[in-house]
Design a binder for this molecule. Structure first.
Ligand code: NDP
Length: 268
């Protein structure tokens, strides 16, 4: 594997205390980047920080408690990154979770909550980080935003109606931001994931697993969903695509996406 050197660069991974975000933070630290992660739950954040420091004792690492829906939290985190890292080259908008609900059982409040989470988790962090990303792009010629999005954006599921609709809006927003920020050298892309093993799926297994082992339960899920690679994705597989889009390896790619769904996508 070609080793990418990101020692002069810094990244923020929102929701970096678990699953895909944590795997992405590991990958970026492996390449030498300074990395900030954030999440709301302090215990989960502390565990993630300990795990990252174990493998990277010398790492330039910030693990900050921050709700990406809280403008003050996000502004404080951006300020801390500027103070401690002096720069930001890569923003990974990853924090969030899906909502299982049909049109019939999604209330107005649930719609508002879902749209708020999907849109403002991207809007607030992007707005707060954009000045630093523009500065980094002026210096190096490349800065990048990666939004962790879902295949539901293109292939909606009726049992996740609000999430699917919001995800489609985010794909549209990615395209608009890519056009607006391109003249400044800031690229914007997304990954569209299918089903990736993570905290969310572990919690669903605990609640709905009916005593089945994780392997049996996820195997059944993959068959039911007709995932062509016949298994759920691993966080590090999503992280590999995020890493590509965040790093200068993809310096001529913007306004685009990578499918990480194991063949769950049915469109050409
Ligand atoms: P995890 O539950 O493992 O991780 C989610 C992370 O986001 C946690 O660190 C969580 O920490 C953080 N988070 C959630 N809400 C907020 C918030 N408001 N502010 C700050 N941090 C927050 O899930 P995944 O790794 O699976 O999910 C990563 C992203 O991928 C999410 O946006 C998810 O919706 C998306 N996705 C995942 C799929 C999958 O199959 N895994 C499928 C489609 C999309 P804390 O709770 O402590 O705040």
């Amino acid at each position: 594997m070609i080793k990418i050197d990101l020692t002069q660069r810094a990244a923020l991974v929102t929701g970096g205390s678990s699953g895909i975000g944590l795997a992405t933070a590991e990958r970026l630290l492996d390449a030498g980047a300074a990395v900030a992660i954030c999440g709301r739950n302090p215990e989960r954040l502390a565990q993630a920080e300990a795990r990252l420091r174990e493998c990277h004792p010398e790492a330039r690492l910030i693990a900050a408690q921050c709700d990406v829906l809280d403008a003050n939290d996000v502004a404080a985190l951006a300020e801390r990154i500027r103070r401690e890292f002096g720069r930001l080259d890569m923003l990974v908008n990853n924090a969030g979770q899906g909502r299982v609900s049909t049109f019939a059982d999604t209330t107005d409040d649930a719609w508002r909550e879902e749209l708020e989470l999907k849109y403002f988790s991207v809007i607030r962090t992007t707005r707060a980080c954009l000045p630093m990303l523009r500065e980094a792009a002026r210096e190096t010629g490349d800065a990048a935003i990666v939004c962790v999005n879902s295949l539901l954006a293109l292939q909606p599921e009726p049992h996740m109606v609000a999430t699917s609709s919001a995800r489609a809006g985010i794909q549209n927003l990615v395209r608009s931001m890519a056009s607006e920020f391109a003249p400044d050298g800031v690229r914007v892309n997304s990954i569209l994931i299918g089903l990736v093993e993570s905290g969310q799926w572990r919690r669903r297994h605990a609640a709905q697993g009916e005593g089945k082992t994780w392997e049996a339960w996820t195997g059944e899920l993959a068959r039911k969903k007709q995932i062509q690679l016949q298994r759920l994705g691993r966080p590090e597989e999503a992280a590999a695509a995020i890493f590509f889009l965040a790093s200068p390896q993809s310096s001529y790619t913007t306004g685009s996406h990578i499918d990480v769904s194991g063949g769950l996508a049915r469109h050409v």
